[in-house]
Design a protein. Structure first.
Length: 173
């Protein structure tokens, strides 16, 4: 409590009350207004916001997302782990349905220079992707859900993380 308020309170106490003192009720709303003015506004993204965390256990906090066809979504991935990015980076990559995900994962594992995001034809299968994140980093990707109802897999393309279970599904319907 600021010193002048302490003094004010003590003065009121000394006077034996203050519940009905108009000065006291005047002060409170003004303080609240000042406090909210200095509170930073929340970051606004387009579309429905979905926050997903990942950590050193190589799992996503959200493994199923439902969306309407063509709905605008804003996915934020937060890496809450502590292991350095070069050995435990995480990203969130949404892909088109494919008969076998293995070729995609192999291409991703080899794409060291592009943060494990594959190039060429495999890249064309990506619908949305965040950056590869180290500890305490976050990234948001805004995209439009496919207009075709169905199940769209998402996962982390850091080598081995899909296999451990760092994956989930976007259900459009
Ligand atoms: Cu990962």
């Amino acid at each position: 409590m600021p010193r002048y308020l302490t003094y004010f309170a003590l003065t009121l106490a000394a006077l034996g009350g203050g519940c009905s003192n108009p000065a006291a009720t005047d002060t409170s709303p003004r303080d609240k207004a000042a406090a909210s003015a200095t509170t930073p506004a929340a970051t606004v993204h387009d579309g429905r916001s979905i926050e997903i965390t990942g950590n050193d256990t190589m799992k996503f906090s959200v493994t199923e997302i439902s969306a309407k066809p063509g709905e605008k979504l804003s996915v934020t991935l937060v890496n809450l782990g502590t292991t350095p990015k070069f050995s435990m980076g995480h990203n969130w990559v949404l892909v088109l349905p494919m008969p076998d995900v293995q070729p995609f994962l192999s291409a991703a594992a080899e794409a060291v220079t592009t943060d494990y995001v594959p190039k060429g034809t495999q890249k064309d299968r990506i619908l949305a992707a965040t950056k590869l994140l180290g500890p305490n980093e976050r990234d948001t990707v805004t995209f439009t859900a496919p207009t075709t109802p169905g199940r769209y897999d998402f996962f982390c393309t850091f080598p081995g993380h899909y296999q451990v279970g760092m994956r989930g599904v976007l259900i459009v319907g």
